[in-house]
Design a protein around this ligand. Sequence first.
Ligand code: PHE
Ligand code: CO
Length: 296
Amino acid sequence: MNVQPRRVEHLETDKGSVPVYTTAVVEQPWSSYARSDHETWATLFKRQQQILVDRACSEFIENQQKFGMSPDAIPKFDELNRVLSKATGWELIGVEGLLPELTFFDHLANRRFPVTWWIRRPDQIDYISEPDLFHDLFGHVPLLLNSLFADYMQAYGAGGVKAHGVNPEALVNLTRLYWYTVEFGLIKQADGLRIYGSGIVSSKGESIYSLESPAPNRIGFDLTRIMRTRYRIDTYQKTYFVIDSFEQLMRATEPDFTPYYGELAALESIPAGSVLPNDLVYQRGSGEGWAKDGDV
Ligand code: PHE
Ligand code: CO
């Protein structure tokens, strides 16, 4: 039998029923993982490693190799931390699952990255609606070895702590930014578009769809445009935003966002699939297969 998360409650929100876990930091119960847990890791790891050749950005691939992760067994957080702390000063901490916003921001602001300790069940191999160990470790951890990206994540956390005191809309703006960069970002590299977003690299279907499907829009990164844009939580994205470099991401997010929040509050949000006149369009999506409603 798989080990199960310790405490789950459900909270009714505007996004539906959301699981809430204890916010405590927990030891990774490594010796309690079942053989089937390690097998799930192996299956997903091997599959994504193949798919990501020539699809993930070079920083992702190179840094993943530096960690020495392998399909043989679920990695030990302690061992990854030895590599990570030396390189960028980040630390992985074990958690039960999604955290309340402020707790999450506070960890990031202090260079602690929360990793869900449990892995999905075999029947969830292709899709799970919440982050598990595979998404968090495989998807997020490699880029924490990149010093620019590591700094971006910390700055994001600090920005979140600050925005928490402003108004709920400011947090919506920041969440969209995280979604369209950290989770679903694309980057332009010498030989074409590549993936850096964790939500994409940890998904077989979306790794292919985000780069190769004619359906979604692919649009140049624009900070305030992104902060106004709704997104999808239950389907592939209708729009992906493309950065030129991690430097661009850093530079664009350096200014104090406080005045932006004020200006954005007066503007309508943008539907997930819209293309605007000023957009830098790499691809205008065909829209094929898009759900009619359900942007959040
Ligand atoms: N510069 C932002 C602020 O002042 C903080 C931030 C940095 C937000 C990086 C997101 C990403 O609020
Ligand atoms: Co994630």
